[in-house]
Design a protein. Structure first.
Length: 115
C-alpha cells in the first residue's frame, strides 16, 4: 500500500488549497478513505472521511462547511478541498486507509496558513 499526498503550501487566511492523495496497492474503490492532520505540538486529529462509492462523507466540526472531501476512483485519488482557511488549519495533512487490519498513512503534505 502506498499513499502519496500533495498540494500543500503557503496560503493566506481566507484562501483555498486542494490536497490530493494518490493511492496504490489495494482496490481503492472498495475502501473508506480518510484525511487527518497534525498541527505543531498537537496530536494527529481526524478531519474527514468518504465511504467507498463516495456517497457518504463526514467532517470534523472544526472544518465542516469549509472543507470538502471527494474521490476519483478512476484515478485512485482522494481530494480535500479546503476553503476559507484559518491560521488554525496550519498542519501536516495525511491521508489514511484501513486495509487488511492495519492503518496505512502517507508521509503528509504541509499546509501553512499565514499572512
Amino acid at each position: 500500500v502506498q499513499l502519496v499526498e500533495s498540494g500543500g503550501g503557503l496560503v493566506q487566511p481566507g484562501g483555498s488549497l486542494r490536497l490530493s492523495c494518490a493511492a496504490s496497492g489495494f482496490t481503492f474503490s472498495s475502501y473508506v478513505m480518510r484525511w487527518y492532520r497534525q498541527a505543531p505540538g498537537k496530536e494527529r486529529e481526524w478531519v474527514a472521511h468518504i465511504n467507498s462509492g463516495g456517497r457518504t462523507t463526514q467532517y470534523a466540526d472544526s472544518v465542516k462547511g469549509r472543507f470538502t472531501i471527494s474521490r476519483d476512483d478512476t484515478k485512485n485519488t482522494v481530494y480535500l478541498q479546503m476553503d476559507s482557511l484559518k491560521f488554525e488549519d496550519t498542519a501536516v495533512y495525511y491521508c489514511n486507509v484501513f486495509f487488511t487490519g492495519e492503518y496505512y498513512w502517507g508521509k503528509g503534505t504541509l499546509v501553512t496558513v499565514s499572512s
